[in-house]
Ligand binder design. Structure first.
Ligand SMILES: *Cc1c(COP(=O)(O)O)cnc(C)c1O
Length: 357
């Protein structure tokens, strides 16, 4: 049985991308690689909607979060971070690991933060605001555009984890005044796991100059220096085949057009939620903060439903994470996803519900 990955990452990879990955076999200090990497770097600017360079490191998304921390801060720096779920908390934990003083703005699970709450919590002594765009553990979204409007003239660096939304939901790094924007290859970007991408604004580059935390592999300045060479490179051996794959996936997004990509995600998400509600299943997430890339459904029968969908229908979904285990199922609809995959998921979900409820 051909399995369909309706998880919030890793997601389905188009055949065209897999084929390109198989055929990307070259040495990383050649013109041939430089051409592919140079194209990827330009393509990333398009999907991030930024004029600034977007850095690529071979790593999971979590590596990208750590890279942001070690390049932007010094021990003892005070920041404000928003906790709306597992991934917001992970970013906080990474910051604490490196000795940051983090004031946490706690938001009830299932909803996002409001601009007013940020306004109430942000202080002059904070040098950054850190938050998650799409909280993959709860299906809730923080209003990063509105928050960006508020952050526009502030001194603080605005850092956003968009691992499970960039390339699916609308994000405009420059227009929305985001200073550091982090994502990974395996969610909405239709590529296999293994790469993290980080956009860095001019304001954030100034902060990098001041930051004193030690870094070697993650050094933003070295990464930028090498990607801006006449033959674009990475400081160390990059994941050559994955870079070939991601470049092809972004070409597909350019062919479809970013606006059409956003529209497809929005429509499929709305349709999926409507059909889930018709099945009598309650959403876990507050209706004012719904994600375009993932749906969290409240149920205590999650483990059984997940198992039936996987073994009988070949549809892989996810359960609740950490403390949220046993409270929900999560269905990813991001990246390489279409109406047919959504319909097959709904058929499987309906079958599973009939069996367990
Ligand atoms: C998946 C995810 C991550 C972590 O990505 P890994 O590649 O698993 O390390 C971070 N943040 C968010 C919002 C995610 O969805």
């Amino acid at each position: 049985m051909q399995m369909i990955l309706m998880t919030p990452g890793p997601t389905n990879v188009p055949e065209r991308v897999l084929e390109k990955m198989k055929n990307t076999q070259c040495h990383h200090r050649t013109k041939e690689f430089g051409k592919i990497f140079g194209e990827l770097n330009e393509g990333l600017k398009y999907v991030f909607q930024t004029k600034n360079p977007v850095l690529t490191f071979p790593a999971a998304g979590t590596g990208g979060l750590e890279a942001a921390i070690v390049n932007l801060f010094s021990p003892g720096d005070r920041v404000l971070a928003v906790s709306i779920g597992v991934f917001g908390d992970r970013f906080i934990e990474i910051g604490r690991t490196f000795g940051l003083q983090i004031d946490v703005l706690e938001v009830p699970r299932g909803r996002g933060v409001t601009v007013e709450e940020i306004q109430g919590a942000l202080r002059d002594e904070h040098i950054a605001l850190i938050l998650t765009h799409n909280e993959t553990s709860t299906g809730a979204v923080n209003p990063i555009k509105e928050i960006g409007e508020f952050m526009k003239d502030k001194s603080q660096i605005y850092i956003v984890d968009a691992v499970s939304s960039l390339g699916g939901s609308e994000i405009r790094m420059d227009n929305w005044h985001i200073d550091v924007l982090i994502t990974a290859s395996q969610k909405a970007l239709m590529s296999p796991p293994g790469l993290t991408f980080i956009g860095v604004s001019d304001k954030a580059w100034e902060q990098v100059e001041k930051a004193k935390l030690p870094r070697f592999y993650w050094d933003f300045k070295k990464a930028r220096r090498d990607m801006e060479k006449a033959t674009p490179q990475n400081p160390y051996t990059p994941a050559v085949a994955l870079i070939g794959a991601a470049n092809e996936a972004i070409k597909m997004m350019q062919e479809e057009g970013l606006e059409a990509v956003f529209e497809r995600h929005k429509k499929l998400a709305a349709y999926f939620r409507k059909e889930v509600e018709k099945l009598g299943l309650p959403l876990y997430t507050d209706e004012n903060y719904l994600s375009d890339t993932i749906t969290a459904i409240a149920t205590v029968k999650g483990e059984e439903i997940k198992k039936i969908m996987e073994t009988q229908y070949g549809i892989v979904i996810a359960g609740g994470q950490d403390q949220l285990k046993g409270t929900m199922i999560r269905v990813g609809h991001m990246g390489y996803v279409d109406q047919d995959m959504i319909d097959r998921t709904l058929t499987a979900l309906k079958g599973a519900i009939e069996e367990v409820c």
